[in-house]
Design a binder for this molecule. Structure first.
Ligand SMILES: [Ca+2]
Ligand SMILES: [Ca+2]
Ligand SMILES: [Ca+2]
Length: 97
């Protein structure tokens, strides 16, 4: 089901923090054909329903250039408030809570 899993926006590697590593992982996913994560919404930093280079830049803006914080769910985990085509599923065996 789309949008049901809990995640932190921008937290591409799912370690509970959003930092430069997540920028790197987002770019690696885009340009180095890294496998898609269970939750693509994590990569959608600007919440426009697409994953592209703007999402990696958006993390940098929020963290280092005093840009506005990322859209909800951030900085705490939650569900996507805006419906889009990105899949966000919790891997089997994982508790979404
Ligand atoms: Ca992270
Ligand atoms: Ca985006
Ligand atoms: Ca969304």
């Amino acid at each position: 089901m789309c949008g049901r899993a809990r995640y932190i926006r921008g937290d591409a590697n799912g370690d509970g923090r959003v930092n430069i590593t997540d920028m790197t992982i987002t770019l690696a996913f885009l340009f180095q054909s890294q496998p898609a994560p269970d939750c693509l919404d994590q990569f959608d930093s600007d919440d426009d329903g697409k994953v592209d280079t703007a999402d990696a830049l958006r993390i940098g803006q929020a963290l280092y250039l005093h840009g506005p914080p990322l859209a909800s769910p951030f900085p705490s985990a939650g569900t996507d408030p805006t419906a889009d085509g990105l899949k966000c599923e919790v891997a089997s065996g994982q508790d979404p809570a």
